[in-house]
Write a protein that binds this ligand. Structure first.
Ligand SMILES: NC(=O)c1ccc[n+]([C@@H]2O[C@H](COP(=O)([O-])OP(=O)(O)OC[C@H]3O[C@@H](n4cnc5c(N)ncnc54)[C@H](O)[C@@H]3O)[C@@H](O)[C@H]2O)c1
Length: 253
């Protein structure tokens, strides 16, 4: 898909890989709606790139519908939706304080899996009303899973389950939406240097980076954004889950 002049919505756009995606899209002439539960962060990124900042929780059906309506009003219906909003709340199934809090488990699934599906379904519904481009496509939805979907570590049962759900819905979504010319692709990042990881103690970050074969460092948010741009650009990529991880295969802990 030719990027310049398109309209995009990016969730989790206020930080990390979502913010990097917003910047990369805007640099290629895309009109970007930056969606984040942290309204201030969304507004700050939007101000920097000349986009539209929208505060909303991705797991809220009416909130996302309203945010997409405002994005459409400002920029036209989005042909590009990038799902980056997510949380990585850790917790053992049976920890020192007893069994995993069930509401905490639910909340991770609610944001990472149901929130992703919520944006996918509403953004795709909007795309079905658009005219197809020369390539035959009407739009593309990019989801963000994690390599924890495949190699979840101890303490990541909620996170890994939520991201496994995102991996699982990718192919049926791509198959179903194919008749509308809408692609669905999921990126599964390894360890990236975003606030989610940079807020950990330096010693933990160093030990995480030491496990990555090559390049022997955390990924940069811009490297994620460059993959997202390539997926948008390359119409043949569809229904796939693409790892971007420097050959990392995470150990049990
Ligand atoms: N950083 C990593 O190493 C890594 C690895 C694998 C996957 N991921 C995934 O990549 C995505 C982006 O993560 P990041 O590292 O950039 O994290 P980040 O914490 O920098 O950014 C996540 C953003 O999502 C927003 N958010 C959280 N809950 C939300 C909700 N309910 N509604 C709307 N916005 C919400 C946060 O406010 C934040 O701005 C996440 O889905 C994360 O699980 C990250």
């Amino acid at each position: 898909m030719e990027l310049a002049g398109q309209s995009a919505v990016v969730t989790g756009g206020g930080s990390g890989m979502g913010a990097a995606s917003c910047r990369a899209l805007a640099a290629r002439g895309v009109k970007v709606a930056v969606i984040d539960v942290n309204q201030g962060a969304a507004d700050a990124v939007a101000a920097e790139i000349g986009g539209l900042g929208l505060g909303c929780d991705v797991s809220d059906s009416t909130g996302v519908a309203a945010a997409l309506a405002r994005a459409t009003e400002a920029h036209g219906t989005a042909r590009i939706a990038v799902n980056c909003a997510g949380v990585a709340t850790p917790g053992k199934i049976v920890g020192r304080d007893g069994p995993h809090d069930l509401d905490a488990f639910r909340r991770v699934i609610e944001i990472n899996l149901i929130g992703t599906f919520n944006v996918l379904r509403l953004a795709a519904a909007g795309m079905t009303g658009l005219a197809p481009l020369d390539t035959g496509e009407r739009g593309v939805v990019i989801n963000t899973a994690s390599i924890a979907a495949f190699e979840g570590q101890i303490g990541q049962s909620a996170y890994a389950a939520s991201k496994g759900g995102v991996v699982g819905l990718t192919l049926p979504a791509a198959r179903e939406l194919a008749r509308h010319g809408i692609r669905v692709v999921t990126i599964a990042p390894g360890l990236f240097g975003t606030p989610m990881v940079r807020n950990m103690p330096q010693v933990v970050q160093d030990s995480l980076a030491a496990t990555i074969p090559f390049p022997h460092r955390l990924g940069e948010p811009d490297e994620f954004a460059r993959l997202a741009l390539h997926i948008i650009d390359n119409v043949m990529i569809n229904g796939a889950v693409l790892r971007i991880d420097g050959a990392l295969r995470m150990a049990p802990k």
